[in-house]
Design a protein around this ligand. Structure first.
Ligand code: GLC
Length: 455
């Protein structure tokens, strides 16, 4: 039986492992996770065993939701339990990517084997590599061939395969095709000039028609990892480099990046709501899905049936994000599964990761419209019949721009925090773009010891 535990049990677990609490790690104090569709799963109060007994559970730590469980993985997990006799425990953590990383680092710092598998962001391998089992060698090379090589590369640190990818993200432009038509635009914008012009005209028209809450363009401007992803797209699309280049030079302080950030700051309160500097993925996509925005920058993974129907029936469209330099930029995102080096079940844990990222799981995701790490599925006739728009996304995935996580390794979290803090200061008008990138450059030199240069 699959046991579900919330972040509260995980917090208790961390406290126990750090020697702060005396209560049992699981069971006492653990809350069953509230799954919105009861009846699909039966939360259990079973423990992972008395101290000293061999462990019969595998614990998976992940930000998961009812859709993940019910649509994709509940049946796969149950099947795995039946086949192996292992009992699975799902720990759920909420919060942003950064909050989860902090929680997970606290847990791993104790070198505990209580959690066997961690779901990790594509930018974390350099930070977590020392705690990971090397999946090279555990997973046959023939099986690794099914994944897009560039995606596997992002999960590889100094030759160590830290995780296997579950799904891929890439920043996309969503647009209201019905409104483009209403305002006589034949195609979505390909440049930022066009986007601004269309967003302003549609916003003015919709407001004049009575929708006071309507805005032209929404995106993720809150001060967190999501802003790193958005801002990287702006600067790359301006030919402003990649913050820190793969050769370890800091290139962020350049006129193209300054121009890109000035432009984005100019959107706040004009074509984007003033609150956009507090928007995460949920806030921005709610604004769009509720009919109150013409354009949205977002990942692909929020597609539900409504969105899918709107895409297929032509009310919504997806396009690559605009550019100013000819280079369209989509930040590469996504999540994978890492097996803890401290697990006492390395083989079973690896098998579960293979199951969660393998062909069957990827196919379920692809049929649901998500981007997956397996290239073949973008040509699969069944997937194409159900999700015709997915075929256009493979080139976007293949050319997606990585954040500088490989070159900065374990310093990535600090580097990204410095980046989004300074960009946020620019967006909120606390400093000019030129001052902001100069401050950022100095801080990046301090953090990394790398040299600063023009791209
Ligand atoms: C998505 C992406 C992840 C990124 C995060 C930022 O979850 O998959 O890579 O770090 O958004 O909010």
């Amino acid at each position: 039986m699959i046991t579900q535990k919330s972040w509260i049990s995980l917090l208790l677990l961390s406290l126990v492992l750090l020697g702060v609490g005396a209560c049992a790690a699981t069971g006492s104090g653990g809350q069953s996770a509230a799954v919105p569709t009861p009846g699909e799963v039966s939360p259990s109060s079973s423990d992972s065993g008395e101290p000293g007994e061999p462990k019969t559970t595998l614990t998976l730590y992940k930000m998961w939701d009812a859709k993940w469980f019910n649509t994709f993985f509940g049946p796969l997990l149950s099947q795995f339990e039946t086949e192996t006799g292992v009992e699975l425990e799902l720990l759920r953590l909420g919060g942003s990517s950064e909050e989860s990383l902090a929680e997970l680092q606290r847990l791993l710092a104790s070198h505990s084997g209580e959690v066997d598998i961690y779901s990790i962001d594509v930018v974390w391998p350099g930070i977590l590599a020392e705690h990971a089992l090397d999946l090279n060698g555990q997973v046959p090379a023939s099986e690794l061939e099914q994944y897009l090589p560039a995606i596997l590369e992002e999960y590889t640190v100094d030759g160590k395969l830290v995780a296997l990818p579950e799904f891929v993200d890439a920043g996309l432009l969503y647009y209201r095709a019905d409104l483009l038509e209403k305002y006589d635009y034949e195609a979505p914008p390909t440049t930022w000039d066009e986007l601004e012009e269309m967003a302003a005209a549609i916003q003015a028209g919709e407001r004049a028609a009575g929708n006071d809450d309507f805005w032209g363009y929404v995106w993720q401007g809150a001060n967190y990892e999501g802003l790193t992803c958005n801002a990287l797209e702006w600067q790359v699309s301006y030919g402003g480099g990649h913050i820190i280049e793969p050769d370890g030079t800091i290139t962020v302080n350049n006129p193209n990046t300054v121009a890109a950030f000035e432009r984005a700051a100019g959107w706040v309160g004009t074509i984007s709501p003033p609150e956009v500097t507090g928007y995460d993925e949920t806030a921005s996509h709610n604004q769009f899905w509720n009919g109150n925005a013409a354009f949205l920058r977002e990942w692909p993974k929020f597609w539900d049936d409504d969105v899918h129907n709107n895409l297929v029936e032509g009310r919504y469209g997806i396009a690559v994000l605009p550019t100013n330099s000819g280079q369209h930029a989509a930040t590469l995102g996504g999540w994978g599964y890492m097996v803890s080096k401290y697990t006492d079940q390395p083989e079973l844990a690896t098998q579960l990761v293979q199951r969660l990222t393998g062909p069957e799981a990827s196919n379920l995701r692809a049929m649901d419209g998500d981007l997956v790490p397996a290239a073949a599925l973008y040509q699969d006739p069944d997937v194409l019949a159900k999700r015709p728009y997915i075929v256009d996304l493979l080139p976007v995935v293949k050319s997606a721009v990585a954040r500088p996580s490989t070159v900065t390794g374990e310093q990535y979290a600090e580097v990204s925090a410095a980046y989004h803090n300074h960009v946020h200061d620019i967006l909120t008008g606390q400093v000019s773009a030129a001052e902001g990138v100069a401050n950022l450059e100095a801080e990046l030199v301090d953090i990394t010891g790398f040299e600063a240069k023009m791209p």
